[in-house]
Design a protein around this ligand. Structure first.
Ligand code: F6P
Length: 195
């Protein structure tokens, strides 16, 4: 690809309450980001060629993409849904620590390999993203609106970082990342929305 654009969804109500997973709507700030996103994208693309938008199947990514221009094709991928936290889905980190103290420690010790009970690990996510990466490699002008863990893995792939470091990559909310692969490495530009 010439460039790939990446963004997390806008702040969701679960982000606001500190809950993981789920399928919450955007918060008022999240909606503001959705309204800002077309402008951020326009700035960073530089001309008016349309992008193709890939979201997950979850409401927060679809809501984030909804003000993008009508000539942008949008596609929803289940493979872009957030890391499945299994029995911990919908809990806060404090609740997980209280209810599953051993799991909390195990995850801290090996976050890449730790698999939530009935859910996934980062390692699992890297495997399920393989078809996405393959499709991405042969596409141009794709904007991906997805979730923190997923974005970390895609980011690590393009930045040629070891996947085992992906669980700690910094991908803030309300920030559009433009990655441009080059012969010597990948150029990165970040556009932070001031909301
Ligand atoms: O809190 C937002 C979120 O996307 C959760 O849904 C997800 O479980 C978590 O981030 C992933 O981040 P970490 O692997 O650091 O817990």
């Amino acid at each position: 690809p010439r460039s790939v654009w990446l963004s997390r969804h806008g702040e969701s109500l679960y982000n606001l309450y500190g809950r993981i997973g789920g399928d919450a709507d955007l918060s008022p700030r999240g909606h503001q980001y959705a309204k800002k996103l077309p402008e951020l994208v326009r700035q960073s693309v530089g001309d008016d060629r349309p992008l193709t938008v890939w979201t997950s199947t979850l409401k927060r990514t679809i809501q984030t993409a909804r003000f993008l221009p009508e000539n942008y094709n949008q596609l929803q991928w289940k493979a872009l849904d957030e890391l499945d936290a299994g029995v911990c889905d919908g809990m806060t980190y404090q609740e997980i620590k209280d209810v599953y103290p051993e799991d909390f420690v195990a995850r801290d010790e090996d976050k890449y390999n730790y698999r939530y009970r009935g859910g996934e690990s980062y390692r699992d996510v890297v495997i399920r993203l393989e078809p996405i990466i393959m499709e991405l490699e042969r596409s141009e002008d794709i904007l991906i609106v997805t979730h923190q863990a997923i974005l970390r893995c895609i980011y690590a792939y393009f930045m040629k970082k070891d996947q085992s470091r992906s669980p700690w990559m910094n991908v803030p909310l309300h920030c559009l990342i433009k990655l441009t692969p080059r012969a010597y490495g990948t150029d990165e530009e970040r556009y932070q929305a001031d909301i």
